[in-house]
Design a protein around this ligand. Sequence first.
Ligand code: FES
Ligand code: FES
Length: 167
Amino acid sequence: MRDIVLNVNGKTRHARIEERTLLVSLLRDTLGLTGTHVGCDTSQCGACVVSIEGETVKSCSVLAATLPDGTAISTIESLATSDALHPMQQAFSECHALQCGYCTPGLVITAIDIVRKNPEGLTPDLIRKELKGNICRCTGYLNIIQAIMRGAAAMGVPTLAAEGEAQ
Ligand code: FES
Ligand code: FES
């Protein structure tokens, strides 16, 4: 067993874990942050994506015990305030960018990262490429891409239709 201390969603969290504990298991089973999902056992689906020190990471591929003490982790639970959804969450809602919603937490965390990495602007083609690590088994992606375009605009990043493509 190993004692670890992490900064999760701005709060210091202590835990005693087995060395083999995956970060996603720590978040869900020990810390009760069940917004982060497990959608596969092959590190392909992206349902488990969280932010570690500002980088999006598949939390099913990280051994929690390997994280240095004090590592900052942000999960989907960090985004909304008591008054309002994050603009990207709001856009997913307005664009009906989910059906079962299983993939949505990972997609929203990834979408915000896409916006941050591309301040000069987004196109649907760029979003498609950036979403290669996130699988949605329900929606067909059109509404997800529309939502990310809308969320990006709400976050102050310009959006442009790709050549020959309607937004
Ligand atoms: S549960 Fe992590 S990639 Fe699928
Ligand atoms: S909405 Fe069901 S997997 Fe994406």
